[in-house]
Design a binder for this molecule. Structure first.
Ligand SMILES: [Zn+2]
Length: 111
């Protein structure tokens, strides 16, 4: 049994590729692609590749429905991650030294 979902890209069926062509001469169509559900894109590996045949179709969907997508988890204020910034001396491949900035995340929640 084939386990798949149709690609959710709003324009998937408009891309001019041979693998989308269906039908017989005189009544051919471009059809939305199937997205096979495998161990790599389903179950615990659920991702955008479970519902979209390509990054392009995902982008088309995200751009078309951006308002609805943002409404799921709107950001009304900036988030902040506590950090510690230190200057650390490091060495290039040729033994020349230089100073680099090291940023470490600080765990303020009992860590
Ligand atoms: Zn697609």
């Amino acid at each position: 049994m084939s386990n798949f979902v149709w690609c959710h890209g709003p324009g998937c069926h408009k891309s001019h590729t041979q693998d989308r062509i269906r039908g017989v001469k005189g009544s051919k169509v471009l059809r939305t692609k199937k997205v096979q559900q495998t161990t790599y894109n389903s179950g615990q590996h659920l991702s955008m590749y479970s519902y979209f045949c390509s990054q392009g179709c995902y982008n088309d969907f995200a751009n078309k429905y951006v308002r609805e997508v943002i409404a799921i988890a709107p950001r009304t204020e900036a988030l902040e991650t506590p950090i510690e910034v230190t200057k650390v001396q490091d060495t290039y491949w040729n033994n020349e030294t230089y100073m680099r900035t090291e940023i470490k995340t600080v765990d303020n929640n009992g860590g």
